[in-house]
Ligand binder design. Structure first.
Ligand SMILES: *Cc1c(COP(=O)(O)O)cnc(C)c1O
Length: 222
């Protein structure tokens, strides 16, 4: 990996483009969400200076500490929440993020819906799916996705756009990406957030519309 964030960005965007073309997917089909969690602000500024605008953070508090200022300097930023949501942070999450990728239980979906109403602000929502049924990992079990989609859409009226997953570390990610793509299609959802530094090329083959890449863009985290 090269030293500068700008060079890394060019490299990753080129790789995304090559995979997209190889998979015969249309232009603009894949968005790079640059995961800036636990990265020094100087590196984030390098990415902004290089023209990148879509970022992912996994902690509401960390994001709230720096993005309001960064946004003031660089208009057009889109922020994705990719980490677990807690009820007591949902007001901040709705106020700050443009996409909430981690709806993972009824209670939090209700709280987010109520906050959207209150703030009159409607970030796009994705449901996190626990494709590997890992007990330590958040997410809706694959067999419950249909019911949870209906609950979010019909009962809560959430602006639901897609699904996201984090495959088990020790397994071949392809089968998890394929499963997520099938679930999205079955539920008429267009967006698929899947793939990280180690496996985003594979995720693009299986239809990822958003890849969440941290280390390959910014270098190792602190
Ligand atoms: C940290 C994180 C990423 C980025 O991981 P890298 O391996 O650094 O690319 C992607 N998705 C989620 C949910 C994360 O927490």
């Amino acid at each position: 990996m090269s030293d500068t964030v700008a060079e890394n960005l060019t490299q990753v965007l080129g790789e995304i483009e090559a995979c997209r073309t190889a998979a015969l997917r249309p232009a603009e089909a894949v968005t790079l969400v640059a995961v800036s969690k636990q990265q020094p602000e100087a590196r984030i500024r390098e990415a902004l200076e290089a023209g990148h605008r879509v970022f992912g953070e996994n902690r509401v508090q960390e994001a709230a500490g720096r993005w309001p200022d960064l946004r003031g300097d660089w208009p057009g930023v889109k922020l994705h929440l990719i980490g677990p949501l807690q009820s007591n942070k949902s007001a901040d999450a709705v106020a700050l993020f443009d996409v909430i990728e981690t709806l993972d239980r009824e209670k939090i979906a209700r709280t987010i819906a109520a906050e959207m109403e209150k703030q009159d602000r409607r970030p796009d929502c994705l449901i996190q799916v626990n494709t590997g049924l890992e007990p330590q990992k958040a997410g809706i079990a694959p067999e419950d996705v249909g019911d949870f989609v209906a609950f979010c859409r019909e009962d809560l009226g959430l602006p639901l756009q897609g699904l996201m997953c984090i495959p088990p570390l020790e397994e071949e990610p392809a089968m998890h990406f394929a499963m997520l793509a099938d679930l999205a299609e079955a539920n008429d959802l267009a967006q698929l957030s899947m793939g990280m530094s180690g496996d985003y090329q594979t995720a693009i083959k299986f239809g990822a519309t958003h890849v969440r890449v941290g280390t390959a863009v910014f270098g190792a985290r602190a």
